[in-house]
Design a protein around this ligand. Structure first.
Ligand SMILES: Cc1cc2nc3c(=O)[nH]c(=O)nc-3n(C[C@H](O)[C@H](O)[C@H](O)COP(=O)(O)O)c2cc1C
Length: 218
């Protein structure tokens, strides 16, 4: 049998040409800049353009990353929803410092955000939970997110159990399911450029909590 050819990852090389990011074009406020890039990602019809890589750290200082979906964004922060008892939930209970990373390949853009994550209000979690499709609501009950399952059947049985339990009525929000709001203190907007000369525009807050902008070498 012919051996599968080994991939040469060194040959993968994209040259970024789509845009440049100058300070004069960037918005004064990073939330406005982020919103404008989110709009571009939506217009580009990027699937799951609201997906981002969320990094937390465990008590040993090990970073953990996973994808979650952005469900709300305004100047008070970035909101995502999850199971509070999951691995990320347990880590956030000990250390709420996070990094959020968005990558929109088609737009040759990355956004990196540092901040702290706090639970949203019960009312906010309730409102979002109500808006979810019924099967996702049942799923929130059936899945003790990040705990070990013996088999796939175990999960399917739990789905069946909760489907029957809540049959004919509303599915309430489990107490350990809800949102976090990331309050950022750092944004970095990365726009790919030709010859690896990318643009990196950073926003930080000064001692008066006013945002200022700076540029980093690519
Ligand atoms: C596209 C995509 C979207 C996801 N969205 C969420 C989400 O919004 N909330 C969530 O808890 N997990 C989401 N997940 C699953 C997480 O990546 C992860 O598997 C799960 O939250 C458990 O993570 P943990 O064990 O680190 O807590 C998503 C995964 C993918 C690939």
């Amino acid at each position: 049998m012919k051996q599968e050819e080994e991939k040469d990852l060194r040959k993968i090389r994209s040259d970024y040409q789509r845009a440049i990011l100058l300070e004069s074009d960037a918005k004064i406020n990073p939330f406005d800049q982020f919103n404008s890039w989110l709009n571009d990602a939506e217009k580009e019809e990027i699937r799951d353009y609201n997906a981002f890589n969320l990094s937390t750290v465990n008590s040993d200082g090990y970073p953990r990353s996973r994808i979650v979906l952005l469900r709300g964004m305004d100047k008070s922060g970035l909101v995502f929803f999850t199971n509070y008892s999951s691995e990320k939930g347990q880590e956030l209970a000990v250390c709420n410092k996070v990094c959020a990373n968005f990558f929109w390949n088609m737009l040759e853009r990355q956004v990196r955000i540092y901040g702290v994550a706090n639970k949203v209000s019960v009312a906010e979690s309730d409102a979002y939970f109500k808006s979810r499709p019924r099967e996702s609501q049942i799923g929130a009950w059936a899945s003790e997110q990040s705990s070990e399952l013996r088999t796939r059947d175990e999960l399917d049985e739990k789905v069946e159990f909760y489907s029957k339990k809540f049959e004919g009525g509303e599915v309430p929000r489990p107490d350990n399911w809800g949102g976090y709001r990331i309050v950022p203190h750092y944004f970095e907007f990365w726009q790919g450029g030709p010859g690896r000369l990318h643009d990196r525009i950073v926003y930080k807050v000064d001692e008066d909590f006013v945002w200022f902008m700076l540029r980093l070498a690519p």
